[in-house]
Design a protein. Structure first.
Lengths: 358, 358
C-alpha cells in the first residue's frame, strides 16, 4: 500500500509545525487511513522516521501479514502500549486526536507519562488531510456510488403501494451487498407519507399507501468508502403542493451543484441552495445544512453549513442535499454525491432526479 | 415509557453519592436508555427533580412527540445548550461520561462554565445500571436472539461449497431484517478455511471449498437490543484435528455455561473455559476473553475476561464464546447469548451446537 505510506509521510512532515514528536491516531477511520487496518481495535503512532501499529491478539495474525508499519500486538489497552513505546523512544510531545480520544483515555495517558512528556491536542489534522481524496480513493467512492444507485434501481422496480418501509430497507441493503458493498454506510432511511417530514426517521412497519410520498436516503460502504443519495417517489399523481415542494428543492439542489467549484467557501454553496428556497418561502423548512464531506466515514469535513468557511478544493468528495420538511404533509430531499474538480464538480450519482411515479 | 422514567429516577437517586448536581449523558446508547431516542444527536441531563433532553432540528418534531423529558431543540452544539441550562439552573457540579465524552468536548464545556462550576468524571455509572436488564429488556434480547437464529437457519440451508463469504453475509443480514431486525448488531463475520483463524475477519469474495471450515459470527439489533451467536460448519467430513479442536471448544463452552450463576466473579467463568482448553493444550490459542455483556450495545459491561472481578447478578445478559485459532489450519468458536437467572443461567440461543455438516 504505497499510498498509505505517502499519507503517513505527509503527516510526518507536519510534526514540526504541530510542535510534536509523534502523532497518535486512534479513531477507527484515521487508523484505517494510515494503516489499511479495518478492524475495531487499532492504533497508529507516526514519528518523523518511523510508523507503528498496535492491535490486540485477535487481529495479530492478520496485521502482521498486511500492515507495513512496525506491528505491536498488545494484550492490555493499546494506548498503554503506545505510551510505553513513546517513553522508550523519548518522544516527549505526543499529539493526540482531541476530537476523538475520550477524556478517560486522555487522563490515563497523561497519568502514565513521566514528567517532561506532554499531550498536545491536534484536533482534526488527519481529517483535514483526508478531505482531499486521491484518484484511487475517488474511484472507490465512484464504485460505492454506482453500487448504491444500482441497488436503488433494482429495489424500486419492486416497490408498490402496500410495501412496508422495513421491507424496502432490507431489500436495498441486500442489493447493495449483492453488488459488492460491505454494508450500508449509515442506517438506511425509508419514510412514507408524513413520516418523510422526519429527516432521519427509522424504517417502520408502515406500508406505502396510495397518494403518499416515499423518501429513500441510502449509502453503501464499499472497500471502506461511502456513498450517499436521497431520492423521492410518489404513489399516484402528486398534488400541487408536493409538486411545488419538489420543484423548489430540485431547483435549490441544482443551484448548489452549480456553485460547487474550487476556491468557493462551503457556506456559499449552502447559501446558493438556501436562497432558492427563500424565493419559494421554504427556507424555514430547510432545517439542516446543504451537505457534508464523505469518504472512509459517511460524515467528514467539510460541512456545507451556514457558517463553514472552508474553501472547496479539487479532490473533495461531498454531498449536496437540500431538503424541506412540513409536519403533517411530508418532506422532500434530493441528494447526490459529487467530487470537486479543477473547474467545477462532477456528479457521481447516475440516478435520475425526477420525482418517481409508482 | 414508564420504565425509562424509572431508569432516570434510579440515577437521580445516586446524584448525592456521586457528589454531583446533574448528570450529563452523551453516548448514544446511554441517551437511548434514558430517553428512548434512537437517533444520532441527542443528550440527556438528569437532575434531582427533572430531566432534560436535547436534540437538533432534524429530530425536533419526533422528539417533541415521543420523549417524556423536557425537550430542547438546539441549533448549535448540544453540549453548549446543556451547559447553558446547567448555568441557568445553578447546577454547579456536572457529572459527565468520562469514558465517552471526547477530550475536546470536555475542554470546551469546561471553558464555557463560570468559576464555581466543575466537571466530575463519573466513568461508566450508567453502563453499570444497564448491566441488570429488566424483564422487558430480556424479552427484547430474546426476540433479537430468536430472529438471529432463524436468519441463520434459513441461510444455512442454502449454503454449499462454492458459496462466497460475502454472499452468505448478505443473505444472513437480509433474513435478519425480514424477521424484524433493524440491522446487524455488528459487522457479520463469515470466514471459510484458514480465514476462520482470524477471529474478526471481514467477509471476502472467497468461496467455501470442499473440506473447509465455515465460521459464522452474527447478531441482530431488534428494537434496539442485540444478540450474538457463533456457529461452525464443515464442508465434508472433518479430519481428526478439526474434530478434536471442535470438541475441546465445545467442552470449554459448556464448562463456562455451567459456571454462570449469581455471585460468581466474571473471571471465574472465564477460567472455567480456559481450564478446559488448558487440559487440551489449547489455552495459548484462546486469544480473547470468554464473553461480554450485551443489550443496547453489542459490547457492554461486564467483560468475562481473565482479570474481571465483577460478580454476576440475575438479569445480566452475556455471551459465552470461547474460541481456538490456529494459523494455517483454522479457528473454532462457539457462542451463545445467555441471561443470568436466580439459580444459574438461561441459554437464549436455540440453535444446535453440533458442528454442522454441509
Amino acid at each position: 500500500m504505497n499510498e498509505i505510506h505517502e499519507r503517513r509521510k505527509a503527516l510526518a512532515a507536519r510534526l514540526d509545525e504541530l510542535k510534536i514528536d509523534v502523532l497518535l491516531a486512534s479513531s477507527p477511520a484515521n487508523v484505517r487511513y494510515l494503516s489499511d487496518y479495518a478492524g475495531s481495535n487499532g492504533l497508529v503512532l507516526i514519528a518523523r522516521m518511523e510508523a507503528h501499529f498496535f492491535t490486540d491478539p485477535r487481529y495479530g495474525l492478520e496485521a502482521s501479514q498486511t500492515i507495513t508499519a512496525h506491528v505491536h500486538v498488545a494484550k492490555g489497552p493499546l494506548i498503554a502500549a503506545a505510551a510505553a513505546l513513546a517513553k522508550r523512544k523519548r518522544w516527549k510531545k505526543i499529539g493526540f486526536e482531541s476530537e476523538a480520544l475520550t477524556y478517560s483515555a486522555y487522563a490515563k495517558l497523561k497519568e502514565d507519562l513521566p514528567l517532561g512528556f506532554s499531550l498536545v491536542p491536534i484536533g482534526r489534522v488527519i481529517e483535514e488531510q483526508r478531505m482531499i481524496k486521491s484518484a484511487e480513493e475517488i474511484e472507490k467512492i465512484r464504485r460505492s456510488v454506482e453500487a448504491n444507485s444500482e441497488a436503488f434501481s433494482r429495489t424500486l422496480r419492486r416497490v408498490k403501494p402496500g410495501t412496508r418501509e422495513k421491507e424496502i430497507a432490507a431489500e436495498l441493503e441486500f442489493q447493495m451487498r449483492a453488488l459488492g458493498a460491505e454494508k450500508p454506510s449509515f442506517d438506511t432511511i425509508v419514510a412514507v407519507g408524513d413520516r418523510s417530514a422526519l429527516p432521519h426517521s427509522i424504517p417502520s412497519g408502515r406500508r406505502l399507501a396510495e397518494n403518499e410520498l416515499l423518501l429513500i436516503d441510502m449509502g453503501a460502504s464499499l472497500e471502506g468508502y461511502s456513498s450517499d443519495m436521497t431520492r423521492m417517489a410518489y404513489a399516484g399523481t402528486p398534488p400541487r403542493r408536493i409538486r411545488e415542494m419538489y420543484r423548489a428543492v430540485h431547483e435549490a439542489q441544482i443551484a448548489a451543484l452549480d456553485a460547487v467549484r474550487p476556491g468557493i467557501a462551503a457556506n456559499k454553496v449552502d447559501a446558493a441552495a438556501r436562497n432558492v428556497l427563500k424565493k419559494h418561502k421554504l427556507e424555514r423548512e430547510f432545517i439542516h445544512s446543504t451537505g457534508h464531506g464523505l469518504g472512509l466515514e459517511i460524515h467528514e469535513p467539510p460541512r456545507l453549513g451556514k457558517k463553514e468557511k472552508t474553501r472547496l478544493q479539487p479532490g473533495m468528495a461531498i454531498t449536496i442535499e437540500p431538503g424541506v420538511y412540513i409536519a403533517g404533509l411530508g418532506g422532500v430531499r434530493i441528494e447526490d454525491t459529487v467530487v470537486v474538480t479543477a473547474t467545477g464538480c462532477e456528479i457521481l450519482t447516475p440516478t435520475s432526479k425526477e420525482l418517481i411515479a409508482l
